[in-house]
Design a protein around this ligand. Structure first.
Ligand code: COA
Length: 172
């Protein structure tokens, strides 16, 4: 069954005077993802995918762009020229009370508040769904992501010997 596109979730925002469309991903965004990945460092892609992947292929990307919009949601920030600038993703756990997030901002656009903007919008969406918490696994050495999530209220939970920390934001 084809998933119905949730057009009510499309929003226009102003970012440094520039109009951005924050919208649920579409399966037609595959080319946009691949183009955006080319503007990201290998390190940033690795941090996002948590693998040593060297090339972001169309086959890989189609798994991210074709979603059910029910249990899985992904938002893209689209610039006026149609280019993708940042992507967030939320996958609900089977209990439907919590969900795992992931985020990437194009490497050439970082440190200008786009990550904070996208992460806050994702949390608002999770809150509207009635979820109790949003969580993620972040490499303890990933200073940029750790700072971002702590800035928006996540708490780190370390486990001795684990290079990844579980970060959790309680909602409601
Ligand atoms: C983490 C990430 C999403 C942040 O995006 P961003 O657009 O740069 O974030 P913002 O500009 O909103 O910055 C938010 C905070 O993150 C921290 N931060 C961002 N870039 C940083 C850097 N280069 N060094 C240190 N802290 C940094 C800061 O605390 C910053 O707040 P401040 O600017 O008020 O000091 C981005 O770096 C990224 O895509 N990284 C690769 C993918 C990744 O690691 N994803 C997380 C795991 S899924």
């Amino acid at each position: 069954m084809t998933a119905i596109y949730p057009s009510h979730l499309v929003q226009e925002v102003l970012w440094h005077g520039q109009r951005l469309l924050i919208r649920p991903v579409r399966s037609e965004d595959t080319d946009g993802y691949v183009a955006a990945a080319k503007l990201c460092t290998i390190e940033d892609v690795r941090r996002r995918l948590m693998t040593g992947i060297m090339q972001v292929s169309h086959a890989l990307v189609s798994k991210f762009t074709t979603i059910d919009y029910e249990r899985t949601m992904a938002f893209v920030a689209e610039g006026v020229k149609g280019d993708l600038m940042a992507i967030t993703r939320l996958v609900q756990d089977s209990c439907r009370k919590s969900a795992e997030f992931a985020i990437i901002v194009r490497s050439d656009l970082q440190r200008q508040g786009l990550g904070t903007l996208m992460q806050k919008m994702l949390l608002d969406y999770a809150n509207d769904l009635g979820l109790q918490e949003v969580w993620g696994m972040v490499d303890c050495e990933n200073r940029k992501a750790m700072s971002l999530v702590e800035k928006v209220g996540f708490i780190r939970h370390f486990e001795f010997g684990n290079p990844f920390a579980r970060v959790v934001k309680v909602l409601g």
